[in-house]
Design a protein around this ligand. Sequence first.
Ligand code: ADP
Length: 461
Amino acid sequence: TVHEVDLFTIGAGGAAYPAAFLLARAGLRVVMADTKGVMSGNCLAEGCVPSKSVREVAAHRARQRRFSPWGLPGELPVDYRKVVAHKDRVQKDRYDQHAREMAEVPSLRLVAGRARFLDDHTIAVEGNRGEERYRARHIIVASGSDIVRPSFPGADLFLDSRDFFALNPVLTERPSSLVIVGGGYIGLETATMFHALGTEVSLIEKGPRVLSGMDSAMVKELCGLLDPGIRILRGATVLKAEKTDSGVALHYRVGESSPEVVHAEKGMVAVGRRPVVPEGFEGIGGEVGPHGIVADLSCQTSIPHIYAAGDVNGISPLFHSAVRQSLVAAHNILAGGRAVDAFNPAAVPVTVFTLPEAAWVGLVPDEAHRRGIPFVTGRYDFAEDSRAQILGETGGGITLLFEPGSLRLLGGTIVGVDAASLVGEIGLAVAGRLTARDLAHFPDQHPMAAEGVGKAARTLV
Ligand code: ADP
């Protein structure tokens, strides 16, 4: 038998379920398929939520340590098993919450199994009870992304982010030392959190700088604030890894110099994620490019009734972008395939949850230079900020980019205190097309770092 449905989603993560709920509530027959058999994808399984559950403990410990020069209690002792238990509890609570949300919409079904295309309307799902077939009027491919494992000899001795952050993870004890291969956001976040938990950390990056692709001025400012105890090796090529009595040895070379070795109790690889294109998609004529399934900002693929949302289309591989794109696809499906809604990549907040954190939204200086877009900047240093002084975290600041003349806000970068929160406020102002005058006239709260948004704007008004 072939089940007839109105919407079929491949995957049940952030790119799938917002659309699934919306269309199911609108009375359509909706089925989501996910190999995990649960809703919420990799963000909850091994990404944002569990990594931040560990990171916040590390951040509290680092903050407590900063209070100690003033005679306040010094660093918290850390029992990493309890940190893992906290992380697992957060994940379980959220899985339970999602199960309750699903139960409220009986017309929405989630099937466990791997989905593949048979033709452009027919999907087979291979589950543990065999294969089921679905014929769908509309399809959202929301199959996300997966960890890239590097291929150097001995790489299999190294853990990856799943081993650190999945429910009941492989890593249950805090290693005394850790070597990380890859200086992207996952590698650098993990480096700073484990360093703050007391682990000796080395990070190997093959390129000339960490966080490649992100704004260079922001990255430079962030790197100046990272704890100098974190050993970062740039321009380093990994040669091989070996097992030792005490853990792993990683052999590498910087430029043409002679090979060197780092020893650590544990190793981690964090060299990126790649989109997961479901089997059969290319066979039915779906277009796939270097960043994943080709979709426009209405999330439509080269096959009009098939949409691609989230990490799989490579447009903006972030959970909140996936959620927005899912709703974009849903709105366009409800409009009969017309592009009535579109994803706006120009106002998406992004945070690197290092200690301290760095964040940006919209236009950043490197991109403005590359695209020849003129701008003027307003700047606020956290050195003069009351909240930063209260916390003893006075490094960094807020840089806002405005259109010359109109002083319309185009984007901004933040390094330091509360960056992850501030970038949301700045992003909303970009999306709402506010100007430096609007920001300057808003009486933002004292004594919070958000005051700095108005103060940065006031340097131009
Ligand atoms: P996004 O944030 O874009 O939704 P995620 O990676 O969080 O991406 O979620 C994608 C989900 O899709 C994951 O839970 C993954 O296991 C699942 N998935 C990937 N490929 C398939 C497939 N062919 N069939 C069913 N589920 C899939």
